[in-house]
Design a protein around this ligand. Structure first.
Ligand code: MV4
Length: 455
């Protein structure tokens, strides 16, 4: 087992990883930028190294500085968390070269799953259902148009290096294709320096169902059930829940089996997520594979009783998974609301500032993952997430009641938050009756969407 792990991240996920290490008796080293000198994770870690000024490019995204910090503290492993370098194949390879264990899948798997067109093709060849569409990437409008006509409009144009909706446009018909393709491709070139696109048949009102995977280095691969992440605003997840109450046990089993097959097909190791689109007829299609621990992992932890970060660390150290597929049990229902320092009434404008008053909810089945504390100043340099409020109930109805109560109890003063928006979302009849799909926010909260969602 590792002697010391360096956490190459910040905020609530850095606190979360440090806690898992402490429980396992593993020493921790934090890294922080000058903007994060008062951050909670630097106080909880056994030691902390300042790696540079505020801009991520000079701190949390700077591979050389992070690896130098690793050498300085003598850590034998790095946990990248999510975001930043967590899905950067070059960083994973650099760790391998430096003899530092990267707590995640191999650099090769990160690279292959990061190329969405190639991932789609790999899955198709492994017999995994993918959305109807081309298996070959396209680079020109003409190629795209020919493929779209073969598939049949409407189609979804996607960037191979994209993900989370970036470089994605819908083309309703032939007339609209060229403009949609060019704007998606331009976004991809600007964002990822890659003009590789692919085309899929557009699915009306899908749900976003993702399956948590765990795989060790001994060939064991299991799934831990699904999360419903359909409630998104501009491809940012608003809230997530587990399990998805609208799928049958039979469909649940099939999705889990397909997700395990997908992980085995690419030689996956550690924690990962297979994302599917589920249509209204109950057909599901591979969308992408995320090669990191995800923001929403706590809802899976609460319904399975597993600590996913500890499993990641154990697997990276060469140990076997703590349990077999037969031992996985999904109990009750969990919901997570992301509470951000932002103002929904002003287009979700970020609201950095100092936390004046803070009261966190508690009680049976209430969990708060956060790095903030009274007096903490939210820096403007990073994302605006303040905390994740996660609740667990015996069933969905109880979980919704707990979430409403916990949101009502939460007090954060000094910055604007989206708490009231979250309260409106989970109080909406379409949510309470579990009728929400990916257009839920644009359907029921158009005032929060600005121009029509660019699906
Ligand atoms: C789609 C789709 C409809 N048809 N692909 C892909 C990235 C993800 N964040 C959004 N994606 C979608 N891909 C096809 N062929 C609709 C979406 C979509 C969506 C999917 C899940 C959750 C929320 C969504 C919001 C808008 C669009």
């Amino acid at each position: 087992m590792f002697d010391k792990i360096l956490i190459a991240n910040r905020g609530e996920i850095a606190v979360r990883i440090i806690r898992a290490c402490r429980e396992m008796g593993i020493k921790t080293a934090a890294v922080y930028s000058q903007a994060d000198r008062d951050c909670l994770h630097t106080m909880l870690a056994d030691e902390a190294v300042c790696i540079g000024p505020a801009p991520s490019s000079q701190s949390y995204l700077n591979m050389e500085r992070i690896l130098s910090a690793c050498a300085a503290v003598g850590a034998d492993a790095i946990h990248p968390g999510f975001g930043f370098l967590s899905e950067n194949a070059r960083f994973a390879r650099l760790c391998e070269k430096c003899g530092i264990v990267f707590i995640g899948p191999s650099a090769d798997v990160i690279c292959r799953m990061g190329n969405k067109a190639q991932a789609r093709k790999t899955m198709r060849e492994a017999g995994i259902p993918v959305a109807p569409g081309g298996l070959e990437p396209v680079h020109t409008t003409q190629q795209g148009m020919e493929l779209a006509e073969k598939i049949g409009f409407p189609v979804m144009i996607k960037a191979s290096s994209g993900g989370g909706g970036k470089g994605m446009r819908i083309a309703e018909d032939r007339e609209g294709f060229s403009e949609a393709f060019k704007s998606a491709q331009l976004e991809s070139v600007k964002g990822f320096s890659d003009d590789t696109m692919y085309i899929e048949k557009y699915m009306e009102r899908p749900r976003h169902i993702e399956v948590q995977i765990l795989a060790d280095k001994l060939g064991n691969v299991i799934h831990l059930g699904e999360r419903d992440c359909s409630i998104q605003r501009r491809h940012q997840k608003v809230l997530e829940e587990a399990p998805c109450c609208r799928i049958s046990e039979e469909l649940r089993g099939r999705m889990g089996e397909v997700a395990v097959r997908a992980a085995k097909a690419v030689g996956y190791e550690n924690a990962g997520t297979v994302e599917f689109l589920l249509d209204r007829e109950g057909r599901f299609y591979f969308m992408e594979m995320n090669t990191r621990i995800q923001v929403e992992h706590p809802v899976t932890e609460l319904v399975t009783g597993l600590d996913l970060v500890k499993e990641q660390i154990r697997v990276a150290a060469g140990e076997a998974l703590s349990l077999s597929q037969e031992e996985v049990q999904i109990c009750g229902h969990a919901i997570e609301c992301r509470i951000n320092a932002e103002n929904p009434a002003r287009g979700f404008l970020p609201s950095p500032g100092k936390i004046q008053e803070l009261h966190l909810p508690g009680g049976n089945g209430i969990r708060v993952d956060t790095h903030i504390y009274p007096g903490y100043a939210i820096p403007p340099d990073y994302d605006s997430m303040l905390l994740k409020l996660i609740v667990h109930g015996r069933d969905r109805r109880e979980a919704v009641c707990k979430m409403r109560s916990a949101l009502g109890e939460l007090i954060v003063e000094g910055v604007d938050t989206n708490r009231d928006f979250q309260y409106e979302v989970i109080s909406h009849p379409a949510f309470r009756e579990a009728r929400a799909d990916t257009l839920f926010i644009s359907d029921h909260f158009p005032q929060y969407c600005g121009q029509r969602e660019n699906l």
